[in-house]
Ligand binder design. Structure first.
Ligand code: SAH
Ligand code: SF4
Length: 368
């Protein structure tokens, strides 16, 4: 539970107003220029040209932002000192590492401080072949799931595109190794921030170089949002947090599920698979005595009959704010067998990073 190391990194200041045309992602109507992180090569090139610089400076800026992970324009040594001074207070949009904690299994939890002082959590999960980043999509979460630390803390705001991309670059730089996989399983509900999440996925794919197929978006299921996500034709994997085998139990665990019946959610998921031809998995947190009985498994199987999907069982990770218990291994195995008997593809996913409070559901932006 105790932190092994704490590091502080400087980031650049706030963005400032400049005259812009309003055509690219960088140019904005308000006169405020958003951070450069998140912009494409074409957008950065257009921006440097608007600043009276030659086009090739755009490529350089792009490389320094995405490959070298520069935090401030004043550190870009290939630019003239004079121009660096002129644009020194244009923000790249990087966060600072406020706190860093390493679990015995080498999972690293970060508390990242954003430009407005808000704190979010990001987790780096290394294996020999992979480096996965668990990213947050919002500061806090409005969905209020009863077993989730983030849900207990309430909602603050959505994350901007650059704040999502920054999390991945931060982990990549800290590990000194390329990130291979991304899961939107940190703080917040991605589909309540769809525009920024989709924009971040595209940037992570095109500009950071992470295959869309290695990106998973996890959602608790918001009516029509899965349908809308399909319209973006992304190659990502969708994970839907079900957690219950009937609507009554689901509402008990996920208060925000009240207006969206389980049957309708499953129907929207089937539609998503048909239209995207992408894989979909269901997440199911196993809570002892609550949703882990054989009858729950049968009921769950009846909802998923004939549906090409995968069920990930996540044994509950304890949080202070709730008194659920993790089921015994016997109970977990029983649930697995009951699903397998009904021909449902299933696996058990033990979360990494438990000792650093970095496992699924344990994320809260606690100050240290
Ligand atoms: N809001 C999205 C994504 C973030 S939560 C969602 O709910 O899907 C990521 C995953 O962690 C979800 O499947 C969620 O149900 C699970 N989770 C939350 N609290 C947990 C806990 N205490 N133990 C285990 N998994 C938990
Ligand atoms: Fe929000 Fe997901 Fe936590 Fe529910 S489980 S409160 S949707 S982050």
């Amino acid at each position: 539970m105790s932190p092994i190391s704490v590091s502080q990194v400087q980031s650049s200041g706030n963005s400032r107003g400049v005259n812009q045309s309003g055509r690219t992602a960088i140019a904005v109507e308000s006169g405020q220029i958003p951070p450069l992180l998140g912009a494409s090569l074409a957008e950065l090139t257009e921006w440097v040209q608007q600043q009276g610089q030659p086009a090739y400076r755009g490529k350089q800026l792009y490389q320094w932002i995405y490959e070298k992970g520069v935090r401030s324009i004043s550190d870009i040594s290939v630019f003239s000192k004079q121009w660096r001074e002129t644009v020194a207070n244009i923000s790249i949009g990087r966060s600072t590492i406020h706190y860093r904690s390493v679990a015995p299994d080498a999972t690293v939890k970060y508390l990242l401080k954003l430009a407005d002082g808000q704190i979010i959590e990001t987790v780096g999960i290394p294996t020999e072949k992979r480096l996965t980043v668990c990213v947050s999509a919002q500061v806090g979460c409005a969905m209020g799931c009863d077993f989730c630390a983030t849900g207990k803390g309430g909602f603050k705001r959505n994350l901007a595109k650059h704040e999502i991309v920054d999390q991945v670059l931060t982990v990549q730089q800290d590990f000194g190794r390329r990130v291979s996989h991304i899961v939107f399983m940190g703080m917040g509900e991605p589909l309540l921030n769809s525009d920024n999440v989709v924009a971040a996925v595209k940037c992570l794919n095109q500009d950071v170089g992470i295959g869309q197929r290695n990106i998973t978006i996890s959602t608790v299921g918001i009516r029509n949002r899965i349908r809308q996500l399909a319209e973006h034709h992304l190659q990502v994997t969708l994970a839907v947090s079900l957690h219950a085998s009937n609507q009554r139990l689901r509402e008990q665990l996920i208060p925000s599920a009240r207006p969206y019946p389980l049957d309708e959610l499953v129907a929207e998921c089937k539609e998503y698979v048909q239209s995207t031809r992408r894989r979909l998995s269901f997440e199911y947190v196993l809570l002892a005595g609550v949703n882990d009985l054989p009858e729950h498994a049968s009921e769950l199987a009846s909802h998923l009959r004939g549906f090409q999907c995968h069920v990930n069982l996540i044994p509950y990770n304890p949080i202070q704010e709730a008194d659920y218990k993790r089921p015994t291994p016997n109970r977990i195995n029983g649930f697995v067998s009951a699903l397998k008997e009904k021909k449902i593809a299933v696996s058990v996913r033990y979360s990494r990073g438990l000792e650093a409070d970095a496992a699924c559901g344990q994320l809260r932006a606690s100050e240290v």
